[in-house]
Design a protein around this ligand. Structure first.
Ligand code: DON
Length: 304
């Protein structure tokens, strides 16, 4: 496995077409696009790293996998009265479907859906307590207490978050949020600003590899059926309007973030995290996707 991971890293290092870093969040625009990291953690807990696998990056929308998991833990299937589970076929920050669909977002991974999930996670708690709970969960699944929120990224998002504010206000106009818009947005921006390395992220995905249990630690995080459903949502919706393309090229449940990270799950095999900050036109990591495509070709891990 180390040979495969190293060979992918060497191929990616040589690439000149690396995509463009996100610039609508100013703090992300400063990130050096020449960085690349890949971590594979196999079901038995072996860790294979290449590139800057210990460098922290902004996980952004990948955090939505963790907030979804927490929300399902809190309210189970009732969550599906607040958010759908269909692919949207629209960009991650789109508002158009909300108007025709009663302010209920299509799925938990588009921004509107994740804002609704953040509201659900809050219950009646303040943003500070909710964020402590989210961080506690991420640290628990990654088995790493050092994971934290990058406040500079959160402030940067807050200052430039008019689109997300519009989505939240629009949902509030349909009475779809229980908490004040500003509190929900504060929670959402901050959980998107969690920083992790590919090694930490791949470890955090381990519970989705083995039916809800981390095979190495023996700790059950979610029931088996829930792990299967989270994976299916990642496959169908994890890359927004690029989800079909990702399923076609990679064939694994995956969740991207605009920081250039992707968490991909090979059920029964491995948890994989890749990071390359340059994005394709849809907003998913360009080299990250290419690296996963190669990994799957070389391992035969596609679920299809
Ligand atoms: O709300 C936003 O726009 C960002 N915090 C997250 C978007 C994102 O990561 C899209 N993913 N590729």
């Amino acid at each position: 496995m180390q040979e495969i991971v190293d060979s992918i890293y060497h191929e990616m290092r040589a690439r000149t077409e690396r995509g463009k870093v996100a610039n609508y969040i100013p703090q992300l625009a400063c990130v050096d696009p020449n960085q690349f990291a890949l971590t594979v953690v196999t079901q038995d807990g072996q860790v294979f790293n290449a590139g800057c696998a210990e460098t922290l990056f902004s996980i952004q929308s990948i955090s939505k996998v963790f907030t979804l998991t927490i929300a399902l833990g809190k309210m189970g299937d009732t969550l599906w009265t607040r958010v759908g589970r269909e692919p949207s076929g629209d960009p991650f920050n789109s508002i158009v479907q909300l108007e025709h669909e009663g302010g209920i977002p299509r799925n938990p991974f588009i921004n509107a859906g994740a804002i609704a999930v953040a509201d659900a996670v809050m219950g009646h708690n303040a943003p500070k307590e909710t964020l402590a709970e989210i961080l506690h969960f991420v640290r628990f699944v990654a088995n790493d207490d050092s994971i934290s929120i990058d406040e500079k990224v959160a402030q940067s998002e807050m200052k430039t978050g008019s689109r997300n504010a519009s989505l939240a206000h629009f949902m509030a106009s349909f009475k779809r949020l229980d908490n004040p818009v500003d509190s929900v947005l504060g929670t959402y921006f901050h959980h998107c600003s969690i920083s992790m390395s590919t090694e930490q992220l791949a470890k955090a995905g381990m519970f989705l590899v083995s039916n809800g249990t981390n095979h190495c630690t023996g700790v059950r995080v979610v029931p088996e059926h829930r792990a299967r459903r989270i994976n299916s949502l990642m496959l169908m919706c994890g890359h927004y309007d690029g989800s079909g393309e990702f399923a076609y090229r990679v064939g694994l449940p995956g969740k991207s973030g605009v920081g250039g990270g992707i968490l991909a799950i090979a059920p029964g095999k491995a948890s994989i995290a890749v990071w390359s900050p340059g994005l394709d036109k849809i907003g998913n990591s360009k080299l990250g996707t290419e690296a996963l495509e190669m990994l799957v070709q070389r391992t035969g891990w596609s679920i299809f």
